[in-house]
Design a protein around this ligand. Sequence first.
Ligand code: GLC
Ligand code: CA
Length: 565
Amino acid sequence: MSLPSKIFLIAGLAGVLILPAARGQKPEVDAQGHRWWQHAVFYEIYPRSFADSNGDGIGDLDGITSKLDYLKALGVDAIWITPFFPSPQVDFGYDVSDYQAIDPMYGTMADFDKLSAESKKRNIRLILDFVVNHTSDRHKWFLDSKSSRTAEHRDWYIWRDGKSPGQPPNNWLSTFGLSAWKYDPSTKQYYYHYFYPEQPDLNWRNPAVEKAMFDTTRFWYKRGVSGFRLDAVDTMFEDPNLKDNPPAPGTDKFGRPNTVEKYNKKLPEIHLALQRLRKVADEYNAVLIGETWTSDVSQLREYYGAHNNELQLPMDLLLNGLPFSADAYRKHVAAVDSSGGWPVYVITNHDIVRSYTRYADGKHNDEIAKLMAAFYLTLRGTAIMYYGEELGMENNDPKSRDEVQDPVGKLSWPTDKGRDGERTPMQWTPGRNAGFTQAKPWLPVPPSAETHNVVTEEANPDSILSVYKKLLAMRHDEPALVEGDYRSVNNDDPNVFAYLRRFKNEALLVVLNFSNARQSVKFDLGAQGLASAKTRTALASGASRAGKDTITLEPFGFHIEKMTL
Ligand code: GLC
Ligand code: CA
């Protein structure tokens, strides 16, 4: 074990010794000093699109409750549900108008409590989405803030005079297009919004904002929630002097000249706020996951906190942007695994093109989906899945601008078609609406739902779903996957990426063919002290053993070998 991870372990232990395990749950800390969230498989649910229980074409909380047995059988330990709070739905729930209630479109607080109780019965934890950067412009705080320059909540948001008549305070841009400033004619000032104008940024420099937001987390912890995924943490703070961002070469997808987001992103103050938020989370033994879009691994490392006192699980979203290659993944995993923070791997979510579509080559799409699963689900760290990933759901992008629901897709059409494509209904069955709803679904299902759905794939032992189930079972049952360290065993092969996960007298050798050609590989595991180990194939797809130590892999095949000393 490397020194930083030792330190992490000790810090982790120190923080939890006094905290009792919740009723009916496994102990909070295992013999290796690991917390439940280090071994858990998280599963992201976009509630609009998971299961519609009341026939309005939109998914809801009861829909999720009805599918908990499916999630349990799949091997999921915790679900992160994206926002289901009251919202005008401009950004489909990421514009929250009340943090402590349920949008009627998704159900009631009683439905939430039922979901919570049913999840608990199955030992599935609930993680909610916490939209920290902004509220809806219909939130009562903003309505008051906007009402006058002297209103109680005026300073809960970021209001400024224009630079000169008709000119916004500075050159900051909204990530969803146009300026980041909106003029309010009645109070004659501009307010700042990094996202849509309907999502005014909160002023985290105001202690009253911090208190109200922290109290929101307490409200949900007391209702049994195990943690939060923090939305858009990178943008929580802005430079108080509102300095202009420096220009950068080229233009963005909206055709605007690029700038470096130096003064409105990743400000150091974020870390202090996260440390305080973490203290509240620790009172409830909760976990904080971060939507952390970082530019490199050292920036990602900062989100854990210098003393592992910020986010336990900042997502490694860098993985999504890497070229699909053995070499790129090998280098990245080596960097993340040795960085000293507990890794958090994610390959797809509700904001990016689905992994199935992103990695597809048109010929081996399903094999590639299985390979990616065998890759990120066997690494040391926590995995966060996205609903439908386990089926090989593909993006189903709008065919015309008129069909687009995600406002950003309208603005950037056709360069970018928005995020509807990765948010289509979960594919439960073949046939009408993929079994998601009795009504017209809010987004259309693609033709591939006929073959890529739960019912069809459950009947096929070689389906993507079956591979996911086996991998998730291994993640729970194999000590080497649960606790083992990570060691790359072939540093030079440009096609095949292979590594060992080793724990005590057991190891798993994971061999992944990232090329579209057949590959034969041989490993000398004597150097790892495994020469005399007994071996057997634990799981393989498109791969076989040829003789004692040669493994042959078909294009994009993988092989996992179990070794016992
Ligand atoms: C995050 C969410 C995204 C949302 C944005 C604004 O990036 O994942 O869906 O649009 O924040 O809240
Ligand atoms: Ca902000």
